[in-house]
Write a protein of this length. Structure first.
Length: 260
């Protein structure tokens, strides 16, 4: 019951899976949750074979009731919640007007409402665990709105603001809230996705790269609080440019990168 714990959404594949394997290898009791039961079964077998500890369950992050149930089960088995990683997300690309409104709503439901549901349901468990943390998966595509990724970028911009607000609000509860900022990652989420930006910048990060970035970020608790952690050279350069360059220059660069 004294081992540190981590609760990960979207854990059956991609970044979530790589993160679950990494934390399990470092002695964490892992809670792995997803809508993909087959993927979770394979993950659990791999963690168990390596000598790790994992608990899995089906979780649709848009369903607040399922959040409450899965968190209660995990906390009941472990007695603590050290880290919540809101990783589950979806990406759909295309001209804004060509995507059905239902697609836009689904992106917001999973990427934003899913994070709202999770952080809200987990608060009590995080508050009762000393030095707990929330990790929200953001995206470098939210630094400036990206053509053909309008709703996705908007969803991650919302996650950015939520992360900043909760890190301030929950500091008095000893809960740290941070955001992880990769650019495009070679996972199933971006398979078949072609936009002007993906063509210009390419896809250079792996799920393991992001998992290592998450691991490093949760271990860095210095004197000066840090909320945002960019993953990879491209994301760091874009973030720096977005902070320092005037608005017209940032717009021009993004227009150039999104050209077809």
């Amino acid at each position: 019951m004294n081992s540190p714990t981590v609760f990960i959404t979207g854990a059956a594949a991609g970044i979530g899976r790589a993160t679950a394997l990494l934390f399990a290898a470092h002695g964490y009791r892992v809670g792995a949750y997803d809508i993909d039961e087959v993927g979770l079964t394979r993950l659990a077998a791999e963690i168990a074979e390596a000598g790790g500890t994992v608990q899995t369950g089906v979780l649709d992050v848009t369903n607040a009731t399922q959040w409450s149930e899965r968190l209660a089960e995990f906390h009941g088995a472990t007695g603590r919640l050290d880290i919540l990683i809101n990783n589950a997300g979806i990406l759909r690309a295309g001209a804004f007007e060509d995507l059905d409104p239902a697609v836009h709503r689904a992106i917001i439901e999973v990427n934003v409402v899913g994070v709202l549901n999770g952080t809200h349901a987990a608060f009590g468990y995080l508050r009762d665990t000393p030095a707990s943390q929330v990790v929200n998966l953001c995206s470098a595509s939210a630094i400036y709105g990206q053509p053909e990724l309008a709703s996705y970028g908007a969803s991650k911009s919302a996650v950015k603001s939520l992360t900043e607000a909760l890190d301030l609000e929950w500091e008095r509860h000893d809960i740290r809230v941070i955001a992880i900022w990769p650019l495009f990652v070679s996972t199933g989420m971006v398979e078949g996705v072609r936009t002007g930006t993906t063509d210009s910048l390419g896809v250079h990060l792996t799920a393991d790269d992001v998992a290592v970035g998450i691991w490093d970020a949760v271990r860095k608790r210095g004197r000066l609080p840090k909320v945002h952690y960019e993953i990879g050279v491209q994301a760091k350069l874009l973030a720096t440019a977005g902070k320092l360059a005037p608005g017209w220059a940032t717009r021009t660069v993004n227009k150039y990168l999104a050209r077809r």
